[in-house]
Design a protein around this ligand. Structure first.
Ligand SMILES: [Zn+2]
Length: 143
C-alpha cells in the first residue's frame, strides 16, 4: 500500500498517510485539520524548512515581498493555481522581507522567485512573475 508523508498546513505536524481511497478526507493526526488543504500556505523560515524536507509531495515556494509590484500582481494567480492541486503539490508562500533565512539559504535575490522542490531537493526555479496558466503547467510537470 502506498504511504505518503504530508506536512499539515495548519500545525506543521508530519503525517504519514495511506492512500486507500482518494476520495476519502484525510485529517491531521495532531490538529485534525484537513490535510487536503488546497490553499497556498504562508510559512515562516522554520515551517518552510519542514515542508520542504518532510513532504513526500512536490513543494513550490513563492518568495515574495509585499512591497514588490510583480509579487503582488502574481499573488492571486498563485492562490488560484494552488486550488487545483490539493494533495498532489503543496504551494507555499514566504514573505522574504520578514523571513530572510530561507531566502538567503537558497540564494534568492530577485523577487518574486519561485522554487520547486522534490524530496527536499531543488529541481527548478523561476525568477519573475508567472501567470496562473504557467504556474499550473509547472506544478503539473512536478507530479
Ligand atoms: Zn495539523
Amino acid at each position: 500500500m502506498q504511504t505518503l508523508k504530508i506536512v499539515c498546513s495548519q500545525c506543521c505536524g508530519v503525517n504519514t498517510i495511506q492512500i486507500t481511497n482518494p476520495q476519502e478526507l484525510i485529517s491531521c493526526s495532531q490538529c485534525k485539520a484537513d490535510l487536503d488543504e488546497p490553499f497556498a500556505v504562508e510559512v515562516s523560515d522554520e515551517t518552510c524548512k519542514t515542508h520542504i524536507l518532510e513532504n513526500d509531495i512536490p513543494v513550490l515556494v513563492d518568495f515574495f515581498s509585499s512591497t514588490c509590484g510583480p509579487c503582488m500582481a502574481m499573488y492571486e494567480d498563485y492562490e488560484d493555481a494552488a486550488l487545483a492541486f490539493g494533495l498532489s503539490v503543496r504551494f507555499l508562500k514566504i514573505n522574504a522581507d520578514i523571513h530572510q533565512e530561507i531566502a538567503k539559504e537558497y540564494g534568492v535575490g530577485a523577487l518574486p522567485t519561485i522554487i520547486a522542490f522534490k524530496e527536499g531537493e531543488e529541481v527548478n526555479r523561476v525568477s519573475g512573475q508567472l501567470s496562473r496558466v504557467e504556474l499550473t503547467l509547472w506544478a503539473e510537470g512536478l507530479i
